[in-house]
Structures are given as structure tokens and as C-alpha cells.
Design a protein around this ligand. Structure first.
Ligand code: BGC
Length: 767
């Protein structure tokens, strides 16, 4: 049973009616963010029921000491975690001395809305106290996309059937702990507190990592739309500052507080300036006022939606879902800072530590690359470039040498954080995704110069890793890669995972190809890089030999590549024959049973077919899809999107649609029963891919952009835009045909369903 309580709407996420069981799920689903910070949709006022309070700041992390059963050499000593940050949204509300708390009041007409057009979260309800006092409450909150260090809340209370005293107690609280702290430790040190007028600031510092954060608030009081001055009472502790403003309010009058708040942090400003900058930002916000700040918010989001929106007509749930995915991706990463990345949960929870995974390279880059300026995707690549030294150190720790790099499975600053041997040491396919992302970026943007300026060093270091990680098997007279975990984490320590072997071979060949390219077209860069990394011609010959003699497990019987050696020894019972009561197997079965089973968590061989679709023919893709998909349980959020894309490619539109719904409404309908922990941000990029590359059939191989649009039967039409090199192309598809509009000033060549077309500037082509 999934949750399924979110009301369908084209642009809004809506919850109606108050249900305590939904609180933590809704706190995730209604999360807001602006790329620099984000927060779960916690209530401003006190809530004593079950809640998961979370506010996060991009780039601020803490190295939490590892907790592990049996230590293995090479394990990282810590797991970097995105830090649950000081709370600035809190507003205590007291009505005639009674605390407003939806856990204890009777709640009527509760409605929560997240407007995806402008990132505004609002909540309205009527609450009745035990003594019969009834109040109506409306709160509106957003994190400014325009002034990224600021957010704003307007919180209004109207007594319905009484006159009495209402008190607002806005506070900032730096006494916050991570939900997932390994040893229940406190990760912040409070350095300073400042109270001035209606403003307050707390300067705190993360232990060990030494990030400084100033959390601020500035309050304004309004009675029936007129600003009023009220004396405040202060009750501060060593970790928090609480102001309290009281007034008598008549029945039907509305008492409101506007609270501006947010963070400044030491990655962006000198330590000594943090509180001053914070104050300037909050004063600027209050001078602009709530409404103008909101207007700017509308404009900022309008600009984002202009290129990012996907319209689906005829299926409101699909429409709502795709916008939700696009919206959350934009809240998580805005792309201007190459020190930031996209955690699998973004700013919506703590699972996965908020760190960077291969998800960014394998899934997220195409989304940002096609909906934003190319520098956004480039910043994501530069993030890894800047961490190359750490990836080399990481490989050294495991015994590799001569500049071989192994990028971490999980990281904040380039160091490996994950400590399960089967993932840390074995899930090495992630290294291939780093190179694939460079290839993908250069191919799509045409920015070959990136190889010369940054990419080549990463590619060489990774080719070195693969050539050292492969072993020559005297028996097979081929190179093998032993003891790995493929993308399917439901099997560990396998030999010759096809996907890993294929990526390894491809990476080494891609390295050789690019060395040739540099020698020819960027000779000075070639010399610079060759010296910097002490490149030796003989190692290039080794890459060529290892790549050329790579072993791939293959079944003559099925005419398919095998996921790994021995895969056919398994009992190949399709997943659909498993009783519903035993799914998801990761919650119902022992790990031992999972490891022996044929069930695949997410695309593995098919991930390779997705990346390198141009190498394999359609028949081969069908055979592999038909063999592996029925064994796939899609228990990773990253799974349905790849299958959806490939299903369209082999004309299984119904299957593609089923997979599309699963990826796009994964969180809205809580398919995996875990939305309370946070949203699956990285897989949301997969949802975008399943429309643009799936139904839209967009491909970009060998400097050519092609489409092959298909449409699910119950959609009337869909349309999306992509930014391709200097062009913006709008694609529209319905059951009669498709249209391509070139919004830019220069012609663009594309291929549509195998036919080459030129679309002139500002022209429309109907096919
Ligand atoms: C998936 C990995 C992924 C991670 C973070 C896991 O469940 O199997 O492929 O990197 O989640 O999204």
C-alpha cells in the first residue's frame, strides 16, 4: 500500500485534512530549497507529535566517526554527513497562555500546498483548543532564489470565537542534532550570540570541519495589515535566542508575524564578516518587504521553468509528477558553485549523508546540461576534477600506484566515506561513470577544450586504475576483473561483472583516443599534462593491451552477455512470480537469501546498454531487456528510469509508461515506503530522462542530435525544451505527429526518426 494522499494538480502539491500518520512523509514531500540551503516542511509552531526536523546548508558537513561491526583495512574513519543546521523557522504561538500544537488541538480544515511555480509553501488550518477557543492560521514560507542566504515566513493567526492575548515567540536555535548521528554527539559549537532590536544572530562553528555559520532572524509584527511595534521579551539560552511579542486581539482580527531568516557561511564570506553580512541581507529583505521578495521569487522561478518545464496533457498525475521532479532538482542544485553537488536526498533528509554518489555523473548531469547553461554541468565535472588528488590518495590506500585514481562511492570532500567492504572496495564501476560524464558532456556541448583543460587528467588517472585492477587470467588468456559489486548491489564479490568490465575497457580506449586528440589539437596541453602526470608511452600500450583482451562473460544459449560469471547457475524465476507479501525483498528477505537469488536491484547489464546504446543493435537490446528486466525488482530508485528509456527504444510503450509512473511518483505516492526519510533527489533526474530520452527518444551520439518521439496512449500530448549548444529547441508530440521549434537565432540540424532535418532560426518543423 502506498500513501497516495497527495491531491492531483498541475502545478501544486496539495495535502488536505490533518493526519498525524502523514506528518513525516509530508515534511519530506513539501520540502523547500534554493540550491544554497533547504529544509523539510516542518511546522513553524510547536509540534509534539512525531516529526523529523531538518534544515541543511549546501557544503556544510561533519565527519561523523564511523560505526562498523568489524573493521577492515582501508575503511574510511568517518562518514561525512550533511549537517542538520540551526533552526530559524521556529515561531512559538500561544493563545491565551495555551501553546498552539497540532498534536494536541483539534484540527479542522487543514491544507498544505507547495506551489511549484514559485517554491512557496503554505499551510492553512483551523485549530480548536480544549477550552473551545478557535483560531484560524495561515502560514506562507519560501527560500529566496534571488537572495540565496534569505528565507521569509508570514504567519497569521485570527481568533474566530474569542478575544484574547496572542503571543508569537520567534526563535533561532543552534542546539540542533543530526537524526543520524552515529554516537548521538553534538556537531556544533556556539561562538557568539547577538540580540539587537527585532533581530538576533547566532554564530556557530562545526566541530572538526570548522565551518562557520551565522543564523539570523528579523521580525515584523502586523495587526490587520498594519505594521505595529511591540515590546519584546527575551528568553535566551546558551544555544538559542527566543523573542516574545504579545498583543490583545479581537475576534476576527488578524495578528501576523513576518520573519526573515537564513544563513551566511564561511565558504562564502570571511569569518569575521558573517554576522554583518547576515544582518545586511536580512535588512535588505525586510526593506524589500515580503511581497516584493515574493515577486522576485516568482520571476526567478519563471526563468527556471521557461527552459525546464515539461508539459503533459491528458494525465494530470503524470504532469504533477514530472514538475515535482524538475522542481526538486532545481531546489537542490542551482549550478553556480563547483564546490557543491547533489546528494541523493538533497536537502530533504539525512540518509546517504547528503554526500555525492555516482548518481550525479550517471543520472543528474544530462538534466542540468540540457535545461541550463553548460557551465552548470561543467561545475559538476569540475567538482570531481578538484577532488582528483583525493581519488589518487584513495586508490593508494587500497594499494594502487602511479597516479591511479579511485573516486569514492560516497564523498563530501573527495575522501571515501562509505565503509561496507562490498561497496567501498568493490563497487568500482563508479569510477567509469566519472569518465562517462566527461564523454557525455563533451559530446553534448561540443566543449572539447574541457578535455584539454581538465578532463584528460581525470581520464588518465582512471585508465591507470583499470589497467592495474584487471588481472591477466592465464587460464582464459584474457584480462578479468575479480571481486566486484556491479550496480546490482544484491550480489557482492562477483567476478567479471559485465558492466564493470565493459566500462573499464571503454575508459582505457577513451583515454587513448583523447591522448591522440590532444597530441593533434592541443599539443601544448598534451605536453603540460604528460609532464604533470608523468605519462609514459608504455603505459598507454598496457591500456591498449588490457582493453583489447578484456574478458566478457557470455551465454551462447541465450545469446546475451552475462551479468557476471556463473549468473546462469541461479534459479531464474521471474520477479513477477514472487508473492506480493515478499516484496520489497530488501525488507522481507534475509541478506543471505537475496545474495543467492537472481533478483536484480537496478539496471546492471542494461545500464551498460543505456550508456552505450549506439554500440549495440536493437535486437541485442531486446534480448538483454527480455532476459534481465523480468528478474529486476527495481528496489533502487535509480532503476525504473533506465528501464523506461530502454523500453521505449524497443517499442514497449506500456512497459515504459508503467516504469515512468514508478519513477516519477516514487515519492509522491511513496512506492518504497520510505519517503519520511527524505526524497529521492538523484533519481528525479532519471524521471526527466525517461521523458526526454525515453518518450522523446533524444540521443546525442557522434555530434548529432536525434529524436524519435513516442507517446503513451493515455497522454494527449507532451512537450519539453532542451538547450543544445547555442540552441533552444522545443519538442511537441501528440498522437498525430510531432513539432520542433527552434527558439534560437541560428539554424540547427537534428535527426527525427531517422530523417535529417534543418530547423531554421525561429522556425517550426511539423512532422
Ligand atoms: C543504489 C546506488 C546509489 C545509492 C544512492 C543505492 O540504493 O543502489 O546505485 O548510488 O543508492 O542513490
Amino acid at each position: 500500500m502506498n500513501l497516495n494522499y497527495i491531491k492531483p494538480h498541475e502545478w501544486k502539491i496539495i495535502e488536505e485534512g490533518f493526519n498525524k500518520e502523514h506528518i513525516t512523509a509530508s515534511e519530506s514531500i513539501f520540502s523547500i530549497g534554493n540550491g544554497a540551503m533547504g529544509q523539510r516542511a516542518n511546522f513553524e509552531e510547536l509540534y509534539t507529535g512525531e516529526t523529523f526536523q531538518g534544515s541543511y546548508i549546501g557544503g556544510i558537513y561533519y565527519p561523523d566517526k564511523t560505526r562498523v561491526g568489524w573493521w577492515k583495512n582501508g575503511y574510511p574513519k568517518y562518514f561525512a554527513k550533511v549537517l542538520n543546521a540551526p533552526n530559524w523557522i521556529g515561531i512559538g504561538v500561544t493563545i491565551n497562555g495555551k501553546s498552539l500544537d497540532l498534536s494536541t488541538c483539534k484540527v479542522i480544515d487543514f491544507k498544505r500546498e507547495l506551489d511549484m511555480r514559485n517554491g512557496v509553501l503554505s499551510r492553512s488550518f483551523i485549530a480548536e483548543f480544549d477550552d473551545g477557543d478557535i483560531v484560524k492560521v495561515l502560514s506562507t514560507r519560501f527560500l529566496s532564489m534571488d537572495i540565496q542566504e534569505v528565507g521569509a515566513i508570514k504567519y497569521s493567526v485570527t481568533p474566530i470565537n474569542f478575544q484574547g492575548e496572542i503571543a508569537f515567540s520567534p526563535y533561532i536555535d543552534a542546539g540542533i542534532m543530526n537524526e543520524d548521528a552515529n554516537y548521538d554527539e553534538f556537531f556544533w559549537e556556539i561562538l557568539d550570540q547577538k540580540e539587537t532590536g527585532d533581530e538576533a544572530y547566532i554564530l556557530s562553528k562545526t566541530l572538526k570541519t570548522g565551518f562557520l555559520v551565522c543564523t539570523g532572524m528579523k521580525n515584523e509584527l502586523i495587526l490587520n495589515e498594519f505594521n505595529i511595534d511591540l515590546e519584546k521579551e527575551v528568553s535566551s539560552s546558551d544555544k538559542s535566542i527566543i523573542y516574545s511579542y504579545k498583543t490583545m486581539v479581537n475576534s476576527g482580527d488578524t495578528f501576523s508575524i513576518v520573519k526573515y531568516g537564513g544563513y551566511t557561511q564561511s565558504m562564502n564570506h570571511p569569518d569575521a564578516e558573517l554576522c554583518n553580512v547576515s544582518q545586511r541581507q536580512l535588512i535588505k529583505a525586510s526593506e524589500l518587504g515580503f511581497d516584493s521578495l515574493l515577486e522576485r521569487q516568482d520571476k526567478a522561478w519563471e526563468k527556471i521553468w521557461d527552459t525546464a518545464d515539461i508539459m503533459i496533457s491528458g494525465d494530470i498525475k503524470a504532469q504533477q509528477a514530472i514538475r515535482f521532479n524538475i522542481f526538486q532538482l532545481n531546489q537542490t542544485y542551482s549550478g553556480s558553485d563547483s564546490r557543491l553537488n547533489i546528494g541523493p536526498k538533497g536537502f530533504t533528509g539525512e540518509k546517504y549523508g547528503g554526500s555525492t554518489y555516482w548518481d550525479t555523473e550517471a543520472y543528474c548531469i544530462p538534466f542540468y546540461m540540457s535545461t541550463k547553461n553548460k557551465n552548470v554541468a561543467k561545475n559538476l565535472l569540475i567538482y570531481r576534477y578538484n577532488q582528483l588528488d583525493k581519488a589518487i590518495e584513495n586508490a593508494q590506500k587500497l594499494g594502487f600506484n602511479k597516479g591511479a585514481a579511485l573516486y569514492p562511492m560516497v564523498t563530501m570532500n573527495g575522501e571515501e566515506c562509505h565503509n561496507e567492504w562490498e561497496i567501498t572496495f568493490e563497487e568500482i564501476h563508479r569510477n567509469g561513470a566519472m569518465v562517462y560524464a566527461i564523454y557525455n558532456y563533451v559530446n553534448y556541448t561540443g566543449d572539447v577544450g574541457y578535455i584539454a583543460s581538465h578532463g584528460m587528467e581525470v581520464i588518465i588517472a582512471i585508465a591507470r586504475f583499470w589497467s592495474q585492477r584487471a588481472t591477466f587470467s592465464a587460464d582464459k588468456e584474457q584480462y578479468v576483473i575479480l571481486g566486484v559489486t556491479g550496480p546490482n548491489e544484491y550480489e557482492n564479490n562477483v567476478n567479471n561483472n559485465w558492466y564493470t568490465n565493459y566500462l573499464a575497457k571503454w575508459c582505457m580506449e577513451y583515454a587513448i583516443e583523447n591522448i591522440e586528440l590532444l597530441k593533434e589539437n592541443y599539443p601544448e596541453d598534451y605536453v603540460r599534462i604528460a609532464e604533470k602526470v608523468t605519462l609514459d608511452e608504455s603505459e598507454i600500450n598496457t591500456w591498449s593491451k588490457v582493453a583489447g583482451q578484456m574478458y566478457f562473460p557470455f551465454s551462447e544459449k541465450y545469446n546475451i552477455y552475462l551479468q557476471q560469471d556463473g549468473f546462469l547457475d541461479k534459479e531464474l524465476i521471474p520477479a513477477r512470480e514472487l508473492p506480493k507479501s515478499e516484496r520489497p525483498i530488501n525488507q522481507k528477505w534475509s541478506w543471505d537469501r537475496i545474495l543467492r537469488s537472481p533478483y536484480i536491484k537496478q539496471a546492471d547489464v542494461l545500464q551498460g546498454f543505456y550508456f552505450f546504446e549506439n554500440i549495440f543493435d536493437q535486437e541485442s537490446l531486446k534480448r538483454h531487456f527480455d532476459f534481465y528486466e523480468p528478474l529486476t525488482v527495481h528496489e533502487s530508485s535509480l532503476s525504473p528510469c533506465v528501464h523506461s528509456i530502454l523500453a521505449v527504444k524497443i517499442d514497449r510503450i506500456d512497459k515504459a509508461y508503467e516504469m515512468y509512473l514508478r519513477t516519477s511518483r516514487l515519492d509522491l505516492d511513496d512506492y518504497n515506503h520510505e519517503v519520511h526519510e527524505g526524497l529521492h533527489i538523484t533519481s528525479m533526474a532519471g524521471t526527466w530522462l525517461s521523458i526526454v530520452q525515453g518518450f522523446g527518444g533524444m540521443r546525442n551520439f557522434n555530434n548529432s542530435l536525434s529524436f524519435d518521439p513516442k507517446i503513451p496512449k493515455n497522454w494527449k500530448s507532451y512537450s519539453f525544451k532542451i538547450i543544445y549548444r547555442d540552441h533552444i529547441i522545443k519538442v511537441f508530440k501528440n498522437h498525430e505527429g510531432c513539432k520542433f521549434y527552434n527558439e534560437s537565432d541560428t539554424p540547427v540540424n537534428i535527426t527525427v526518426s531517422g530523417k535529417e532535418v534543418t530547423i531554421f532560426n525561429k522556425d517550426l518543423v511539423i512532422l
